[in-house]
Ligand binder design. Structure first.
Ligand code: ARG
Length: 462
């Protein structure tokens, strides 16, 4: 018999039991469900809504059920629909009528909202600490490559020389924002909905603040309809995770490109690459490709959540049961990708010589030639044109700007002197860009220092 079976004269069709049931995927919230019920039972006892003895027996039995689940002694039933009714049913089977008092002043609608919020709070903390680990790896890699010159690109065309450290620290900033976004999202998850009842609160004099305090929530929800029908926090989290994946996928795309024969800026460790079943020479960056691919599924989860919630009238609707697989999948995917990504970049071998060679061709110091003329008094637009013509001349004669003789330089502008060669050396081009945020060693060291302060502040929290 169903816990809600009173008004029915016929059993549900087996197909409907199966269709309606969420136990397959919501059983992972068993801990949150039980801890939430313990807090609820404790509050019912404290407020005199049930007796202290009943409250204690319920709490004690719930602790035992938790231990039994963790010891693998319990099998959940599809017929009991979801994790909430499975636990309640087990409780009643153990302590009979006393167990039937647990659900006083509560609905599955506020119960499920509580469980998801509790579950997501734990997950956000874990996600942040993995992201902090990634940030640490990025900092240590950067420290080793402060002088590793490589080409910077725009439109995937060689643009100006930078360093590998500078490039890596760009990703540091992206993941820093991801951590900050997750922390902000946490604030809106951290609101306690119990007491919303099915939709209109309850007539019992519950102490919602006591439950919130016991479960470590900062606030309680302020509207019972919103309390049961809000899933904004899950959508927000999926959107934070989509951005994390977008960042990972941009990084992976670059790593894939850099491991091509054509670039050869990095080589993946053998332990983080795979071979081909037909082509013996192949070493493929499968891990990076798969992370790039999995980005699509996390975006899909976000779209699924937005679409499930679109047009839903207040308050709870069964559609909302569809929230769990999507948000769980988004979290699981990010938690699967991050650790393998961290190891992959920790073990990859940058090829400094090829990066340097890459920075050499393609006139990456052309801006610096123009800047040289500006420093000698030519307006920038004119300098730009002079150097544009020089580049054309070089292309026609198959030369680099560095290869031109002083006479060739002087033919283009009388302002050029012997010091031009020094001014346009790659090392100089990088070191001259020492404004805060720039690629010069000094500027990157400052951004690393800034990053380290962020990490130690985060480590106090997580
Ligand atoms: N399994 C449901 C869910 O995940 C729990 C809430 C069900 N409430 C209801 N009135 N049917 O959303």
């Amino acid at each position: 018999m169903k816990l809600w079976g009173g008004r029915f004269q016929k059993a549900t069709d087996h197909m409907v039991d199966d269709f309606n049931s969420s136990i397959r995927f919501d059983q992972r919230m068993y801990r949150q469900d039980i801890l939430g019920s313990i807090a609820h039972a404790n509050m019912l006892g404290e407020c005199g809504i049930i007796s202290k003895e009943d409250s204690q027996l319920i709490q004690k039995t719930l602790h035992e059920i938790l231990a039994d689940i963790e010891a693998g002694k319990i099998e959940f039933e599809i017929d009991a629909e979801d994790i909430h009714m499975n636990i309640e049913k087990i409780l009643i089977s153990r302590i009979g009528d006393v167990g039937k008092k647990l659900h006083t002043g509560r609905s599955r609608n506020d119960q499920v909202a509580l469980d998801i919020r509790m579950y997501l709070k734990d997950e956000v903390v874990q996600l942040c600490s993995i992201l902090i680990e990634l940030e640490q790896v990025l900092i240590s890699l950067s420290q080793n490559h402060l002088e590793t010159i490589m080409p910077g690109y725009t439109h995937l065309q060689k643009a100006q020389p930078i360093t590998f450290a500078h490039h890596l620290m760009a990703y540091f900033q992206m993941f820093k924002r991801d951590i900050e976004r997750l922390m902000d999202c946490y604030k809106r998850i951290n609101v306690m909905p119990l007491g919303s009842g099915a939709l209109a609160g309850t007539t019992y004099n519950l102490n919602r603040h006591l439950v919130a305090r016991q479960l470590g929530f900062d606030e309680i929800t302020q509207n019972s309809l919103d309390g049961v029908s809000d899933r904004d926090f899950a959508i927000e989290l999926a959107s934070c995770l989509s951005i994390v994946m977008m960042h990972l996928s941009r990084f992976c795309e670059e790593l894939i490109l850099w491991s091509t024969h054509e670039f050869s800026f990095i080589e993946m460790d053998d332990a983080y690459s795979t071979g081909s079943s037909i082509m013996p020479q192949k070493k493929n960056p499968d891990v990076a490709e798969l992370i790039r691919g999995k980005t699509g599924r996390v975006y899909g989860d976000l779209m699924a959540l937005l679409t499930v919630m679109k047009s839903l009238p207040l308050a709870y609707n069964k559609d909302m049961q569809e929230d769990k697989e999507a948000i769980f999948d988004a979290i699981d995917t990010v938690k699967l990708c991050l650790p393998v990504f961290i190891k992959m970049i920790e073990t990859m071998k940058p090829n400094k010589a090829n990066m340097y060679k890459g920075a050499q061709g393609g006139f990456t110091n052309a801006t610096d030639v123009a800047d040289y003329l500006v420093k000698k008094g030519l307006p920038f637009r004119e300098a730009h044109e002079v150097v544009g013509k020089m580049v054309l001349y070089c292309i026609r004669n198959n030369k680099n700007l560095d290869d031109l003789s002083l006479d060739e330089y002087k033919n283009c502008s009388p302002l050029f002197e012997e010091d031009i060669y020094q001014a346009i050396s790659l090392k100089h081009c990088v070191e001259d860009r020492s404004l805060p945020g720039g690629p010069a060693k000094k500027a990157v060291l400052d951004s690393i220092e800034h990053g380290k302060q962020f990490i130690s502040k985060m480590k106090e929290i997580f």
